[in-house]
Ligand binder design. Structure first.
Ligand SMILES: [Zn+2]
Length: 476
């Protein structure tokens, strides 16, 4: 975020932006059930990954080994081929053709070649259109990802790469030409991966199990890791998307299926893409220190955004992060007794430190999650005060999701005006926070959260893209 840089519009200028239509309807059993699903699928918990009784894939992979990475990669290709073998004829009237070749290589080992050149030092997994092949680095990329996010990270990456092979097969039906910007191809590939994941989550895969809680969390975290770095432009030739944009595409595929993925083009994705370069005035590249001053600016931003709710805004006090007689959800708690948010400033300052992306890749402690992660935690507790003020429930699954949605709605307001402005990379910091197991952003007043990161992220995005109205409609 950028504090104090833009003062074109004072607080009065954004009055009423989030005129909450909140009504007191907490506890409706129907909507409570609806919210606590993953797009209609039950929230499940079990070990995700290769099934014990998975068949041996009948595929020819050049330079293949017995490594876990190769086993997972090969099974993924066999599985996505089975998926597209059903989906291409059914959805597009196209007969499916497997890719012509597959290559496993070691980026730190002997060089291999395919239609796209040398593999030495190429820490990557990719589809190569020149010879219709898929290749993956089994020595660095895949093991790193497995170590951090488990076996489904390999599935996620290769289902995405195979999505590019599908684009080649669909041709005009995916609207891809030589002039198509990279970001469109990438959005489609993430979306196709999401469609495949739905099929796995529904139990249709011979090879993989995926639980909708921890399993999908791992898939989304993998997409998070391969996001573009903050400040990339969406029109950059190499742009693959922010985590926010990539997860949007993945979830679109999961919820709507491949036809909607193939319909993605620059025109219809442009309005929702969040990727943009740093503002020239943003000298700190978006990193604001979490201190008394920036928390005061945050409070001002929240007050202005929620002014339209016509309720008494909660105070924010640096008081240790637990309520004296009430919920303790440090590092920030909402205390219904005196309508205050109490925070542990040093703990939030640590959480809000910039992300060390090199450490993140190495699986080391990546420092903080960025300033917006800390701001979102505080904002989430603040919105509970607003929700309580208008008579909404604050202690159930819907309240948690409504909270995430309202944080998103506030972030959208903050992206446009006010003293504390959203900067490039901030939304990804919110996603990073939401995917943490102990995040408060989608938690109710007692710190309870819906287990599915998929549902938490979706709730925040709904608010960001559509404002506060759906927060109350969807999470009654
Ligand atoms: Zn790609």
């Amino acid at each position: 975020m950028r504090a104090g840089a833009a003062r074109r519009l004072g607080a009065a200028g954004i009055a009423g932006v989030l005129a909450l239509g909140l009504v007191a309807c907490g506890g409706k059993s129907e909507s409570s059930t609806a919210a606590a699903t993953v797009d209609g699928l039950p929230i499940t918990h079990f070990d995700s990954g290769l099934k014990q009784n998975a068949p041996a894939p009948n595929l020819d992979v050049t330079n293949v080994s017995d490594d876990e990475a190769d086993k997972l990669a090969t099974a993924t290709i066999a599985d996505v081929e089975a998926y597209w073998g059903e989906q291409l004829p059914a959805d597009f009237g196209v007969q499916f053709e497997p890719v012509k070749s597959l290559l496993s290589y070691e980026s730190d080992g002997p060089n291999q070649e395919n239609g796209c050149g040398d593999t030495k030092k190429n820490v990557n997994a990719f589809y190569c259109g020149a010879d219709d092949s898929v290749a993956w680095d089994r020595s660095v990329l895949l093991p790193t990802m497995i170590q951090q996010f488990g076996p489904l990270s390999v599935v996620t990456v290769l289902a995405h790469e195979f999505g590019h092979a599908v684009q080649y097969r669909l041709k005009d039906q995916a609207g891809i030409t030589k002039a198509t910007p990279t970001i469109v191809k990438e959005q489609q590939a993430d979306c196709f991966a999401g469609g495949y994941y739905r099929w796995v989550a529904e139990g249709k895969s011979q090879y993989f199990n995926v639980s909708t809680a921890e399993g999908l969390n791992s898939a989304l975290s993998s997409l998070f890791l391969v996001r573009d770095s903050a400040g990339t432009s969406a029109t950059d030739q190499q742009a693959h998307g922010t985590a926010f944009d990539r997860i949007f595409a993945f979830q679109l595929g999961f919820e709507k299926g491949p036809k909607d993925c193939a319909a993605l083009n620059m025109q219809n994705i442009q309005p929702r893409l969040t990727e943009r370069p740093f503002d020239q005035k943003d000298k700190s590249n978006g990193d604001t220190t979490i201190d008394d001053d920036s928390v005061a600016a945050l409070k001002e931003s929240l007050d202005a955004a929620f002014q339209g709710a016509n309720v008494t805004a909660p105070r924010i006090t640096d008081d240790g992060g637990s309520c004296p007689s009430g919920p303790a959800t440090p590092p920030a708690s909402y205390c219904p007794g005196d309508n205050s948010v109490t925070i542990d400033l040093p703990a939030l300052a640590a959480l809000g430190k910039p992300v060390d992306s090199e450490a993140e890749w190495n699986g080391d402690d990546s420092g903080g999650h960025g300033d917006f992660a800390a701001f979102s935690e505080i904002a989430s507790r603040y919105t509970l005060g607003i929700q309580k003020g208008v008579g909404a429930s604050i202690d159930n699954a819907n309240a948690g999701l409504r909270t995430a949605c309202l944080v998103g709605a506030w972030a959208a307001v903050a992206s446009k005006r006010g003293k504390l402005r959203l900067s490039a990379g901030d939304l990804d910091e919110a996603i990073s926070d939401l995917l943490r197991p102990d995040s408060l952003v989608a938690a109710d007043v007692n710190g309870k959260r819906v287990d599915a990161g998929f549902t938490r992220v979706e709730a925040m995005r709904t608010g960001y893209l559509q404002g506060s109205t759906p927060c109350t409609q969807q999470y009654g």
